[in-house]
Design a protein around this ligand. Structure first.
Ligand code: LUZ
Ligand code: MOS
Length: 749
């Protein structure tokens, strides 16, 4: 695509690298306040399910410093939601999750907010909640219909299989734990206009929801996102709530209004990664070749749809992961519970589908007493044959077999597997486990129309260039990549190109920066704009009959009245996906990888250590290898947190207990694998911008190797039974399994 590659492919520093370290980078909470600015907060339901019998705000309104209080009656419309608009911002008569806002508070200061909350008389009658997937299934409480992807006849193939295993795989959720909580700052403008500064992955959705709920036009709302202090999917749909609350205050009081959730509140009230509970049956030959797989996925969607149906769709299209399964049936059902609506989280259902499959492969190997890597390689998608997914998309440019073999050699899998067996045979105090797992992650939004982007490129008279796209910067470096792409396309020094704040005023009807596709889509649109400008400039240069410097060329073009600005557009080609048949091509390509992890477990305490992890990815030709390395390592570590220590614990009434870093354990530097290597193969991806592949989410799934390594280790002491465990494999979970095996062993002896 790009002919000149001067910056693309190099380690240009992140455009905020310096600012993040010096503290110069501004977040919503850092912006200086204007005179008259109000603090916005909200009173939220303390119950998972409750009838609102009455709201008496008389006393609260009298609290000094309280400026205004709002209920659903103050909104023009009350429904929001990224797919279906089923969620009231402020409930009318029933609260359906703990943390749901009931009253919005505008006050002069934080003390007045606290006093107002004390003075409110909100009469709630607690109702019985649905808090688990089991409860929801029993009550038939679902969001939407059960969906299917089927190929062949799984039931018949299971009946004919040499061996059949069945089980239930259970995973917990995950808090996004972005360092910057949900936040918005709204300035009232003239003629009912609003300027909304939002920490969001999706400025257009914030614009749309603010306009709709306040009863104004989208054209009256400008949403700007300078950057986020992390998002991880948590700001794909749920940044709307704080933005609307602040906008409501700004519009009615005509004063600037700011809301910034504190960490505990954020953890209590926002949705998480989906917990899943998946029942499976798998049929296979005596050599471990899978002939049939039937898996029934259930997710905890929480109280409203949010993105849950799309998350389930991604779980379903990732349920077979890297493995060819001739006869397969995948069912997906989203449960409606009284939890905060669960939402996008890096991987978006992919990790849950893939972990279920990798769990199954681990079990087949244990059952057949074969090496798990041999079983995986025997089932891996082929290059020429055995290469169509259950939804009939052909896996093109399949590097999985190569990634398996190369990582096996690079990390000395065979020698270490033998060493692990020898260690476990002699150690009375510790256990080791080893697993090499794969990921095949489909790149594109699984909703076709979201796969589009536009970009605005302006060349100024001095030769400097501004680029604006719908991409939002959350630390992942998308702005830097776009800058590199545009500089190369225009053939100008990088220093001449700046990427501007993301604003709905510059780029309309944008998609969320999500699905790992921020650089693919917005980079594609920016290249389109830059290419057309450059073509016009080349024409001007041709007329000169000699090479002309960029700066001079800009002046000549201007004098000849050649336009020096352009709007670019990109729509992902080839996509074709139909839910009614469960067939088609939902993805432009797949990002692939393998990860191998070795763990050490203390048999008396259950304490888990990751001794070594090696990851090998196919990420195409990176636009910025340094930034991609950061993404790969960050994703792996975040995945490691999900599969090991990040445990969301609730009271029987649905109150989140682990709502702060004291009780919710994300990985820190000491938890990193003692030996850790991250590599990728050289592999062009000509179908995508700059030959690159998306990297944001896929590597998170290579951390599933850690969980599988724990399962592998436990298999050495499970007395011939399959070692079954929940995800996350916390020290506590591991200790409970060890205790159970010890008891069962004693009973047998
Ligand atoms: N968001 C979305 C996503 O709306 N559709 C997707 O397929 C997706 N995938 C990953 C992350 N966010
Ligand atoms: Mo997402 S999970 O916001 O790509």
């Amino acid at each position: 695509m790009t002919e000149t590659r001067r910056y693309v492919g190099t380690d240009v520093p992140h455009d905020s690298a310096r600012g993040h370290v010096t503290g110069e980078s501004m977040y919503i909470d850092d912006l200086p306040s204007l005179p008259g600015e109000l603090v916005v907060d909200f009173f939220w339901s303390p119950y998972a399910h409750a009838r609102i019998r009455g709201i008496d705000l008389t006393e609260a309104r009298r609290v000094p410093g309280v400026v205004a209080l709002y209920t659903h009656e103050d909104l023009a419309h009350n429904e929001l939601g990224p797919i279906i608009h089923d969620e009231p911002l402020l409930p009318v008569d029933v609260c359906t999750f703990r943390g749901q806002p009931i009253v919005v508070i505008a006050a002069e200061n934080a003390a007045a907010v606290r006093a107002a909350k004390q003075a409110m008389r909100i009469d709630l009658e607690e109702l019985p909640p649905i808090l688990t997937i089991d409860d929801a299934v029993a009550a038939k409480s679902f969001i939407g219909e059960t969906r299917y992807i089927r190929r062949g006849d799984a039931e018949t193939a299971l009946a004919a299989a040499e061996h059949v295993l069945e089980g239930v795989f259970v995973n917990g959720g995950q808090d996004h734990f972005y360092l910057e909580s949900q936040a918005a700052l709204v300035y009232p403008g003239e003629h009912d206009a609003l300027i909304v500064l939002s920490s969001t992955q999706h400025p257009t959705e914030v614009q749309e929801v603010v306009a709709h709920l306040l009863g104004i036009d989208m054209s009256q709302v400008v949403v700007q996102t300078k950057r986020m202090g992390g998002a991880f999917g948590g700001k794909e749909a749920q940044a709307t709530h704080p933005a609307v609350m602040a906008a409501l205050v700004a519009r009615t009081t005509r004063r600037p209004a700011r809301i910034v959730y504190d960490k505990d509140t954020d953890m209590h009230v926002t949705g998480k990664r989906h917990a899943f509970q998946n029942r499976y049956r798998v049929g296979f030959t005596r050599t471990g070749e899978i002939t049939a797989y039937k898996v029934d996925l259930y997710s905890d969607g929480g109280a409203y749809a949010d993105l849950s149906p799309a998350v389930m769709a991604r779980a379903m299209t990732h349920a077979e992961n890297a493995y060819f399964i001739p006869d397969i049936e995948i069912r997906g059902t989203v449960c409606r519970t009284n939890m905060p609506p669960n939402t996008a989280f890096r991987g978006f259902g992919g990790p849950q589908g893939v972990a279920t499959m990798e769990n199954v492969l681990e079990e087949i190997a244990a059952y057949l007493k074969r090496d798990p890597l041999d079983v995986r390689k025997a089932n891996c998608y082929g290059v020429e044959t055995r290469n169509t997914t259950p939804y009939h998309q052909v896996v093109e440019n399949n590097t999985l077999p190569r990634l398996f073999t190369e990582l096996e050699e690079r990390c000395e899998y065979r020698e270490r597997a033998a060493a692990v067996r020898a260690f476990n045979a002699q150690s009375p105090t510790h256990l080791k486990g080893l697993a090499l797992t794969a990921v095949k992650f489909g790149i594109s939004f699984n909703t076709k129309f979201l796969n589009q982007a536009n970009a605005l490129v302006n060349v100024y008279l001095d030769g400097s260039v501004q680029v604006s796209t719908g991409a939002t910067e959350m630390g992942q470096g998308v702005n830097t990549k776009i800058r590199q792409l545009v500089a190369d396309e225009l053939r100008v020094p990088l220093q001449r190109v700046v990427v501007m704040v993301t604003s709905t005023e510059k780029n309309n009807n944008t998609s969320a920066t999500a699905a790992s596709s921020g650089a693919d889509l917005n980079g594609g649109a920016a290249v389109d704009a830059a290419r057309r400008i450059r073509a016009r400039m080349d024409e001007v240069e041709r007329k000169q009959g000699r090479p002309v410097s960029w700066e001079h060329l800009v002046k000549l073009a201007y004098q000849e009245r050649v336009p020096l600005g352009e709007r670019g557009f990109y729509a992902t080609p080839r996509l074709d996906w139909d839910w009614t048949s469960g067939r088609g091509t939902p993805f432009l390509y797949f990002t692939m990888g393998t990860g191998c992890s070795e763990v050490l477990i203390d048999r008396f305490t259950g304490e888990l250590k990751v001794l070594r992890s090696d990851v090998l990815m196919d990420i195409g030709r990176p636009i910025n290898p340094g930034i991609d390395r950061g993404q790969l390592i960050g994703a792996f570590v975040q995945g490691m947190g999900w599969v090991t220590t990040e445990d969301l614990r609730y009271t029987p009434g649905g109150e989140l207990l682990s709502h702060s870093p004291t009780t919710y354990k994300i990985p820190n530097i000491n938890d990193l694998p003692e030996a850790f290597s991250m590599n990728w193969i050289e592999q062009d991806n000509p179908i995508n911008v700059g030959g690159s592949k998306a990297v944001g989410e896929p590597p998170l799934l290579t951390a599933i190797s850690i969980w599988c390594a724990v399962k592998h280790a436990l298999g050495f002491v499970s007395n011939g039974d399959l070692a079954r465990l929940r995800l996350p494999a916390t020290n506590e979970e591991i200790l409970m399994r060890l205790t159970e095996y010890a008891k069962r062993g004693a009973a047998v002896a």
